[in-house]
Design a protein around this ligand. Sequence first.
Ligand code: IDP
Ligand code: MG
Length: 158
Amino acid sequence: MVHSEERTFVAVKPDGVKRGLTGEIIRRFESKGLKVIALKLLNVTQEMAEQHYAEHVGKPFYPRLIRYIQSGPVVAMVLEGYNAVQAARHLMGKTNPNEAEVGTIRSDFAMVMEYNVVHGSDSVESAKREIDIYFKPEELCENYKNMSELVVEDLDVE
Ligand code: IDP
Ligand code: MG
C-alpha cells in the first residue's frame, strides 16, 4: 500500500444480493479505480451484526437493522485506493435513497432507507474496526497491483 492509499470496508447487503445486484455494485467500485483486496459471501451472525452496528444501539431502527443484515447472505469486501473511504461513500450516495444523488448506487437501486443495498465505512477508523469483524488478516490479498495504483504512485512523487 503506498502512502496516500487507504482501505475501506464495503458490503452488498442481503437485499442487494437477493436482487442480483452484487456484480453491478462491485463493478461500480472497480470501475472507479478501487482495488478489491478481499471478498466473500457470508451469513452475518448475531454477534457480528451487534459488533458492526454497535453505534446504533438504542435507536428505533436498531432491531430491524440487526434483522435486516442477517436476512440473507452479504457480500463483504475490502477496497483499497486513494481516499478509498470517501470515494466509496460518494459512489454509494446518502443513507436515504431518496436523498442520494441520481447516479449513486442507493439512488439507482433502492427505494427506502431500511433497504439501501450497500454498506460502506464512514471513516478510516471505522474501516479498520469493520474489516476486523469480517476478515482475518490472512484473507487480505495485498500482493497485486491494479491500474489506479499507477496514478497514486504519481501523486506520491509530487
Ligand atoms: P450509513 O449506512 O449511510 O453509514 P448509518 O447512519 O450508519 O448510515 O445507518 C446504518 C444503516 O441503518 C443504514 O444504512 C440503514 O440501513 C439503516 N438506517 C439508518 N437510519 C435509519 C432510519 O432512520 N430508519 C431506518 N433505517 C435506518
Ligand atoms: Mg454508517
